[in-house]
Design a protein around this ligand. Structure first.
Ligand code: ADP
Ligand code: ADP
Length: 206
């Protein structure tokens, strides 16, 4: 899943993973979990994640390499928030070749910067289930135990967008060239976006 922060990658990745029985791998979730548990990895990355920067490629790639070899990835995986740099993308191609696998599709969920701020300011995550809500666009149930991510504040959102445009957006052309990119209008409603994403993923499996 490619796209700016707040495009709906996590929301759509969960739907695709469930539908096709794939593992859902969110590097952001893995980093946040490690930060919460105060692991060695968590301590290494907390300042970077809180500031909206990118964790070094070497660390991130090693983590994904490990994760992709777990049992639940046998049937495939949806990568959400990885790769985010050209070096990560090259490393992923190599890694998948080693594992005898390859990328089937790169759904690029396109959303304007102005919409990103609106989306992330209103994003709330259920602390127990990890479900992603939006105060206005996808309201959480009454009584849910919600978290507002520290990096979802306007200043940090601006920094994350800058990182995205500088380091991640070049991957759009990179995957286009490989014939893997499928651009999707991420500004439609969640169910409209997921219908399109599911249809495009389905087409690669026929
Ligand atoms: P990402 O993983 O790309 O950062 P998320 O899936 O976490 O994005 O979505 C960011 C926020 O926008 C969440 O609050 C989510 O509920 C909301 N959202 C996701 N997709 C849509 C959509 N198509 N329309 C409106 N809001 C959306
Ligand atoms: P969003 O989709 O809202 O941008 P993520 O949950 O994917 O947020 O990522 C949160 C943070 O975790 C990023 O801002 C970055 O600090 C770190 N991170 C996640 N994935 C990567 C990656 N592939 N490379 C480097 N840093 C990452």
């Amino acid at each position: 899943m490619l796209g700016p922060p707040g495009a709906g990658k996590g929301t759509q990745a969960k739907i695709v993973a469930e539908k096709f029985d794939l593992a859902h791998i969110s590097t952001g979730d893995i980093f946040r979990d490690n930060i919460k548990r105060k692991t060695e990895l968590g301590k290494q990355v907390v300042a970077i994640v809180d500031a909206g920067g990118l964790v070094p490629d070497e660390l991130t790639v090693a983590l994904v390499k490990d994760r992709l070899q777990k049992d639940d990835c046998k049937n495939g995986a949806v990568l959400d928030g990885f790769p985010r740099t050209a070096d990560q993308a090259d490393a992923l191609t190599e890694l998948l070749a080693e594992l005898g696998s390859e990328i089937a599709i790169v759904p690029y969920i396109k959303v304007r910067d102005s919409e990103v701020v609106e989306r992330l300011s209103g994003r709330r995550t259920d602390k127990q289930t990890g479900k992603i809500y939006h105060l206005k666009y996808n309201p959480p149930p009454q009584g849910a135990d919600l978290e507002h991510r520290k990096d979802d504040q306007e200043d940090t959102i601006r920094d994350r967008l800058e990182e995205y445009h500088n380091k991640t957006a070049p991957l759009i052309a990179y995957y286009e060239q490989k014939g893997l990119l499928q651009e999707i209008d991420g500004e439609e409603q969640i169910d409209v976006v997921s219908a399109t994403v599911l249809r495009k993923v389905e087409a690669t499996r026929a």
